[in-house]
Write a protein that binds this ligand. Structure first.
Ligand code: SF4
Ligand code: SF4
Length: 314
């Protein structure tokens, strides 16, 4: 059970990207990180993505892995897709250069790759980039996914619309009796409001059947330093101090330094979830056309992926 994995040792969770619906990229990421020792994968709530991940987990002899799917509320940045206003765009290429997902090519956005990270918007000199929210209709996507077999549903509570948060949360609780994860950040909530929201959400749930994913700066990872990871450790401390009967995962700006900083700060976390940084360090390998046919490519990729996994699970 997922609970066992979370309780026996620190667990590494690979975030493929809640909005990442590029099947081939997800296949390669899951395969590689499964070989590197990861056994917990966070995927977009999309049946084709889940099926593909399961296929490569079998190939990697990692069927003892756990799958979590992510859903959010309207305007959750994880559900956003960038769009370009071509009346303003001057085709300068800055957005293409900075996009960590390689989702922009000649000022055209590939929606299946875009994860809504907002990096492009920040560098655009003409304010030509905005977003559309593509949050999923839970009653359409979740029932078939639950039937297919998953181990956890993660709900992104990044926003202030309490009505929307609680109506969706109640719906998820009604249709799924397995482990649930709440991904929450301090971006829109003060510390007290954050803990009160969490207390209300876990009320009535079995102790330790809920995971709280303390999301520092969502989708901000990329650099391997303490500064990027500081915010997740700070929010984790607030949650830890509240002594809630939950499992605790660190995410949002996480990298190879996260575990070390969490230890220094005496955070008793169950897992570290790494997305942007984990994808970045293997990108040049997973983009190779000979990824599936050249053993050296996999070996070279493992030389960078495995040490990252080991920073968490050792
Ligand atoms: S930089 Fe981020 S938001 Fe912009 S296109 Fe790339 S993935 Fe999407
Ligand atoms: S950064 Fe802005 S102006 Fe430059 S290509 Fe991208 S959308 Fe166009």
């Amino acid at each position: 059970m997922l609970k066992d994995l979370l309780e026996t040792k620190h667990c590494f969770k690979l975030i493929c990207g809640a909005g990442n619906e590029d099947i081939e990229e997800v296949r390669r990421l899951v395969y590689l990180y499964a070989l590197a020792g990861c056994r917990f994968f966070d995927l977009s709530a999309n049946i084709a993505i889940i099926d593909s991940a399961k296929e490569v987990l079998e190939q990697a002899h990692a069927l003892d892995s756990y799958i979590c799917v992510s859903v959010g509320i309207k305007n959750d940045p994880h559900s956003n897709k960038a769009i370009i206003d071509y009346d303003k765009c001057i085709n300068c290429g800055s957005c293409e250069a900075i996009c960590p997902q390689k989702a922009i090519h000649y000022a055209k956005i590939n929606k299946t790759k875009c994860i809504g990270c907002a990096r492009c918007e920040k560098v655009c000199p003409k304010n030509a980039i905005s977003y559309i929210s593509e949050e999923k209709k839970l009653d359409e996507v979740l029932p078939p996914i639950i039937k297919r077999g998953i181990d956890c549903i993660e709900f992104h509570v990044i926003g202030q619309d309490e009505n929307e948060i609680f109506s969706k949360w109640h719906y998820i609780n009604e249709i799924y009796d397995g482990d649930l994860s709440i991904c929450i950040s301090r971006a829109k909530l003060g510390d007290e409001a954050l803990i009160n929201t969490l207390k209300k959400m876990i009320e009535g749930r079995k102790p330790f059947s809920t995971i709280i994913q303390a999301d520092g700066f969502p989708m901000s990872g990329g650099d391997d330093n303490y500064k990027s990871t500081l915010q997740t450790v700070a929010i984790a401390e607030i949650i830890q101090n509240a002594k809630l009967p939950v499992h605790l995962i660190l995410s949002g700006g996480t990298n190879g330094k996260t575990s070390e900083l969490a230890h220094i700060c005496e955070i008793n976390y169950n897992a570290v979830a790494i997305g942007s940084y984990a994808r970045k360090i293997v990108r040049k390998y997973i983009e190779r056309p000979d990824f599936w046919t050249n053993d050296n490519v996999i070996q070279n990729a493992l030389e960078v992926a495995k040490p990252l996994v080991d920073t968490v699970i050792l």
